[in-house]
Design a protein around this ligand. Structure first.
Ligand code: CO
Length: 272
């Protein structure tokens, strides 16, 4: 069942999405080698509750943390832990909130310190693929148009692995609503998009094989070849004219740039 949102509901959802963006921005300022992901997770929980909202991942099907923090070969649903982050780590942070009854759910991948050109490219291309998918999120197009655009840019053009087991989704009063939004598929396939839909579009792109497995903890998803995986996610409101992105990367990117530990000169290209 697809729930179409009214203009008033969209504005509430924008507030929820922006709270996630603001949380990610504060996390970007804290991120540095030596900090643990558990400490970041505690900060995330407090920041969300200080803003009259609740972390929506906590207790979702028993998920035991406020956020998902997925380092290097962890694709998604990584458990925050007490290990210190180190120079060269690729850290995907996925955060969900419920505020005024509506969910925000989005993610950003950061790199700590200096990383290889190969990884700079993987991060850049995954983020680009998200925007190429978003471009297709207008009324009249099909969900498969989003899927195709993402797969085309990542798998066909760069030979990266597009994760099949996890997909984007509708978002609203529930964290996961219809329709599913795969990051692979055929142009013109799937349901027709209509004004008032809100989609969480979230490419999960692997440097190597597309194949993943879930760890014994029942959550942590890793690449089979243990190569790095990158994840970006935006909340997008479908309109007739153009997509309306409810979440906001510009404030996260500004914090990322300002954080000298994170952003060395040779990585200027990431946000170009
Ligand atoms: Co999501």
């Amino acid at each position: 069942m697809i729930y179409y949102k009214t203009k008033a509901e969209i504005e509430l959802m924008r507030e929820s999405a922006l709270l996630v963006s603001k949380t990610l921005t504060e996390v970007a300022k804290l991120l540095k080698p030596g900090i643990s992901t558990l400490l970041l997770d505690q900060f995330i929980g407090e920041f969300i509750r200080d803003h009259q909202a609740v972390p929506s991942f906590l207790n979702y099907h028993g998920y035991p943390f406020n956020s998902c923090i997925s380092v290097n070969d962890v694709v998604v649903h990584g458990f925050p832990n007490a290990n210190e982050l180190k120079d060269g780590d690729i850290v995907s942070i996925d955060i969900g909130v419920v505020k005024n009854g509506y969910h925000g759910d989005h993610a950003y991948t950061f790199a700590l310190g200096s990383i290889s050109d190969e990884l700079i490219q993987l991060i850049r291309v995954t983020k680009e693929s998200l925007y190429k998918g978003i471009e297709k999120a207008v009324a009249g197009n099909r969900v498969g148009d989003i899927s195709y655009a993402i797969q085309e840019h990542t798998e066909k053009k760069y030979g990266y692995g597009v994760v099949r087991e996890l997909v984007g989704h509708g978002l609203g009063k529930s964290l996961h609503e219809d329709p599913q939004v795969p990051n692979y598929g055929r142009r013109g396939s799937g349901g027709k998009m209509k004004e008032g839909m809100v989609l969480a579009i979230e490419p999960m792109i692997n440097l190597g094989t597309k194949d993943v497995y879930t760890e014994e903890d029942g959550w942590t998803v890793r690449t089979k070849d243990h190569k790095v995986s990158v994840h970006f996610e935006h909340d997008v409101h479908v309109q007739k004219s153009q997509p309306d992105i409810l979440s906001d990367y510009s404030i996260i990117e500004a914090a990322e740039k300002a954080n000298l530990n994170l952003f060395c000169a040779e990585r200027e290209t990431l946000n170009a």
